[in-house]
Every structure is written in C-alpha cells, then in structure tokens.
Design a protein around this ligand. Structure first.
Ligand SMILES: Cc1cc2nc3c(=O)[nH]c(=O)nc-3n(C[C@H](O)[C@H](O)[C@H](O)COP(=O)(O)OP(=O)(O)OC[C@H]3O[C@@H](n4cnc5c(N)ncnc54)[C@H](O)[C@@H]3O)c2cc1C
Length: 497
C-alpha cells in the first residue's frame, strides 16, 4: 500500500474512543503505531453513530471525587479551552448519585483527535476493514486488511483490538462471550435537532418536574428522595444542569393513546454543546430495536429500517406535543447503528458485579470507574429510555466510591501478543465497561502496555509481572489509578487537589 509501512510495533484495529486513546498513548510511549479504521472518521460511537449522551459524564464518584482523568481529562480540558466543551457541572442534586456531566462537542472532539494523531506521528489507514489475523499458532503476528486496493497483510508486534465488538479477537481465536440474541440490549439510530426554544421548554420542566425521570438520581449512598429531585427540577434556571431530559410522561402517554408514539422506547434527549453557548438536542433513545446480534448483517439491516421508521414517529411527537419544539428541526441522523451490546473477551481476569458494588481495588489497576453495574436497556416504553434497567431501585448495584479496572481484563486467555480495549474487554454482563470514558481508560492503558511490551520484548501476559512499569507511565500521563482527586472549584478546569 503506497505511502505506508507494512510493519509496525503496535497495530490498533478500530479508531473509536478506545482505539484513538490506545494509539495516541502507544505513540507517546515510543511505539511506531498504526490505526486501521473501517470508516473515514475517528471516534466510532462517539462520532459516527453518536455522540453518546454522556459525552462525557460520571467522571466523579459519590464522594464528589474525580476518578477518571488521563486521556479523558486531557481531551476535555483541550476542548474546554477552545470553547468546545462545557465545564464539569456539579449541581447539588447530581453529586450524591455520581451522575454529573462534563459535555464535549463531538464534532470538535473528532477534529482534535485527527490533530493529535498528527502531533504524535500515528499512521492512519482509513476506509479499511480488518478481516483476519496473521498468526503463528496462538501468537498474533499481524492483521489482514481489505480495502479498495485489495487484501493485504500488515505485520504488528502487538495488536490491540478496539473494534468494540471484539472482532479481531475472534479472528485470532480468543474466547469471547455474548448474551443470547433473545436478551441482547436493543440498538439505536440517534439523531440531533436544533431550533429548540430552551426557555419555553425549561418553563415546562420547572412547572412539571414530576413528568421527568429521576431514578438515576437516587443512590443508596444518599438520602435524596424523588421529592428532592422534583424540587431541584422546579428550580433549575440553566438547562445545562439537567444534562439529560427524559420522561415527558403524560405527553407521551397521551401520544401513545393517539397512536403518535411507538411502544419501543421512552421520550427524551441529551444536550450537546455547540460554539457560542448554543445547544443541540441529541436523541439516542427514541428508536430501539432488539434481538439483533452485531454479527448478523440481516438482523442489523432490519434494525436500521425499523429505527428509521421510529425516528419519524418520535420527531412528529416532539414537534406536536412538546413545548419548545414547535420550530425545531433535525440536523443530523447517524448513518451507523449505536450497537449497545456485543461480544466480550474472556481475559486473565473477568471483572464482575461484586467487584463493582464492593468498589474492589486491584494491585494491577490501570484506572477507575464509578459507573453502576447492570444498567440494561430493554426495548419497551416502560424503560423510559434513561438506562431502563432491572437493577434500578434503592437496592441497585451502585458503587459507593470507585472501583479499579485490572490490567488482566485487557489480556485475552491463551492468545499472545494481543490486547483488547473498549467495549470488548473482559467483564461479566453487569460490569460491562462500555461507557465512553471507560473505553478511553482501557484504551490508554492498552496503548501504554503495548508500547512497553515492544520496548521490553515481552508479551502482554508477561507484562502482568511488570505492572508497576505500566502504572508508572500511566501516572505520568495523568491517569488516576490509586486515589481519586478532590474537585475544589466547581465550574472550573484543572482545580484539583
Ligand atoms: C447514540 C449513543 C448513545 C450512547 N450513550 C452512551 C452514554 O450515554 N454514555 C456512555 O458513556 N456511553 C454511551 N454510549 C456508548 C459508548 O459511546 C460506546 O460504548 C463507546 O464509544 C464504545 O467505544 P469503543 O472504542 O469500544 O467502540 P466503538 O466506538 O464502537 O469503536 C469501534 C471502531 O472500530 C471500527 N471497526 C469495527 N470493526 C472494524 C474492523 N473489522 N476493521 C476496522 N475497523 C473496525 C468501527 O468503525 C469503530 O470506529 C452511546 C453510544 C451511542 C452511539
């Protein structure tokens, strides 16, 4: 392939959030690095099928301490300084539930990532599909890639699977697990709208707080009741403090009765920052289609078709029923599905629900998180969209504080010279590390580890014995591994002790 080498230290398959964090971190740690990406864009679900509603959110635990930094903090701070991100919003009713937002503009996020790739000297092979693994018995030696130029082999000393669905790990023969097709979480096509009269909408929210979702704001660590949440909603004067706006219960029920809403999901949207203080409404729950495995292209095609029908129904509802949407209009419909659930590798450790609830610490920690376990979407209107889950309620699986993510979750059993980051890492279903900042935490760690494997001539599994070296580099890149940090000045960046 003209213009590119055919041998790399580190090859990253997939340029989503985990992939770009992996590639930039590997390059910074001294490795000659290549990213191979199926589309022409970087960011994966962050940009191509997104953004995620939480881009970014939950960087702080129930004690109000920041537990996620490193690549996440760096990218947020860079965008914030350039006017393309909002500060960490910490309204009182959100902090005790560890449900805070630190929004970034996904389009500028993607442009910044392209710049960062150039700054770090990462090679990009876009519009190219990884279709197989080059192997010597159980040892990965490279990847097979297909693009308009044909089919080629590229050699890599370490390959990192960041495809989101563990495709490369599968090609390499690693063991993976995936929930049954009957239970898999539904997938979504998201869309974004402008032209909302935010003052009008906020007046409706202030006057009708009980019409909105509150479950995520109740936490076993706090005394906050639903009445407290309603009170907070009735007093909000800046819509950005709400982060997401989910519910519209009576309006939606009326629409359902009139045949103006579809029964697959609840009504609501997240906020997206734009230049000059502008806000877009981002709908990521208004279409849901279930029983679809990411490996079944016929089922995915059906999913695309159904979701696009649902978007039209949902939009009619917002225009005709929801105050403030009278003159709103759709500006973008994602071309790709948001794949909510897929295969995960079985690694040297499988992070589980108990680890999350008991905020377990591991000596091979490569990062932290405080996301609850077991937040499953189901495709029906009673989920009300905001992580409809069997686990919500006062006894839900929410950690008090932060749990560690062990390095061993990135190392697949049996297969050598392969690391996995992002959605495909080794967890049980409840502890699924699919949230956007978690994917960047595992991506950054995989990138650092891969580069150190090359430097030390060791396999990722052998590096389990050298974990201090990986941790040292991650700490030098501002990752949080051991002690979460206190945020001392709300609404400002970089004010931590
Ligand atoms: C609409 C929406 C809402 C979401 N809501 C939230 C939310 O509120 N909070 C939250 O934290 N998370 C949310 N998420 C989930 C989160 O964004 C994703 O789980 C996360 O971004 C996944 O990152 P990843 O790097 O593991 O995979 P992906 O982002 O899926 O990246 C994988 C990349 O690999 C590429 N690829 C795949 N196969 C190949 C191949 N064979 N060859 C080459 N390239 C390949 C893909 O094109 C893609 O770019 C949401 C996602 C979307 C789209």
């Amino acid at each position: 392939m003209a213009g590119y080498d055919t041998e790399y230290d580190v090859i990253v398959c997939g340029g989503g959030t985990s992939g770009v964090a992996a590639a930039i971190s590997a390059a910074r740690t001294g490795a000659k690095t290549l990213v191979i990406e199926r589309t022409g864009c970087l960011g994966g679900q962050m940009c191509v099928s997104g953004p995620p509603g939480f881009a970014y959110a939950r960087l702080f635990n129930t004690h109000g301490e920041q537990d996620t930094a490193g690549f996440v903090e760096e990218t947020h701070a860079r965008l914030y300084k350039a006017g393309h991100a909002w500060p960490h919003y910490h309204p009182k009713h959100r902090v005790p539930a560890a449900y805070t937002f630190s929004y970034v503009d996904p389009e500028w996020w993607m442009l910044m990532i392209f710049n960062m790739m150039e700054e770090e000297g990462v090679d990009l092979l876009l519009d190219s599909l990884v279709v197989g693994a080059v192997k010597d018995n159980d040892t990965v030696k490279g990847v097979i890639v297909e693009n308009a130029d044909g089919r080629r082999e590229l050699k890599g000393k370490i390959v990192i699977d960041c495809t989101g669905e563990a495709y490369f790990a599968n090609y390499a023969g690693a063991e993976t697990v995936c929930v049954d097709v009957e239970d898999i979480q539904p997938h979504t096509i998201s869309f974004t709208a402008d032209g909302v009269d935010w003052d009008k909408l906020l007046t409706y929210i202030n006057r009708n707080p009980e019409q909105f979702e509150y479950q995520q704001l109740l936490h076993r660590a706090s005394d906050q009741t639903k009445e407290d949440v309603y009170k907070a909603y009735s007093k909000v004067i800046d819509i950005r403090e709400l982060g997401e706006v989910m519910g519209f219960k009576d309006l939606r029920d009326a629409a359902l009765k009139n045949g103006d809403w579809h029964p697959f999901s609840g009504a609501g949207f997240f906020l997206q920052p734009k230049e000059g203080g502008k806000i877009l409404a981002h709908f990521q729950h208004s279409s849901h289609w279930d029983k679809t495995l990411p490996t079944d292209a016929w089922a995915l095609s059906r999913c695309h078709i159904e979701c696009r029908k649902q978007i039209q129904i949902a939009w009619r509802f917002f225009k005709n029923y929801v105050p403030g949407f009278e003159n709103a209009y759709i500006v973008k419909i994602s071309t790709e599905l948001r794949l909510r659930e897929g295969p995960r590798i079985v690694g040297d450790y499988v992070l589980n629900r108990d680890d999350v609830i008991n905020t377990r610490q591991f000596s091979d920690t490569i990062g932290k998180s405080s996301f609850p376990a077991g937040a499953y979407h189901t495709a029906n209107v009673n989920t009300l969209a905001s992580i409809g889950t069997q686990e919500l309620g006062k006894d839900r699986a929410q950690p008090i504080g932060s749990y560690d993510i062990p390095y061993r979750c990135l190392v697949p059993k049996k297969i050598e010279n392969l690391l996995v980051a992002g959605k495909g890492v080794s967890t049980d279903r409840a502890a699924y590390l699919r949230y956007v900042q978690q994917t960047m935490v595992t991506g950054q760690a995989a990138g650092v580890a891969a580069a150190l494997c090359v430097k030390n001539d060791k396999t990722p599994r052998e590096m389990e014995e050298n974990i201090e070296e990986i941790q040292e580099v991650l700490l030098s890149q501002n990752a949080i591994l051991f002690e979460p940090r206190k945020l001392v000045k709300t609404y400002e960046q970089q004010e931590y002790i």
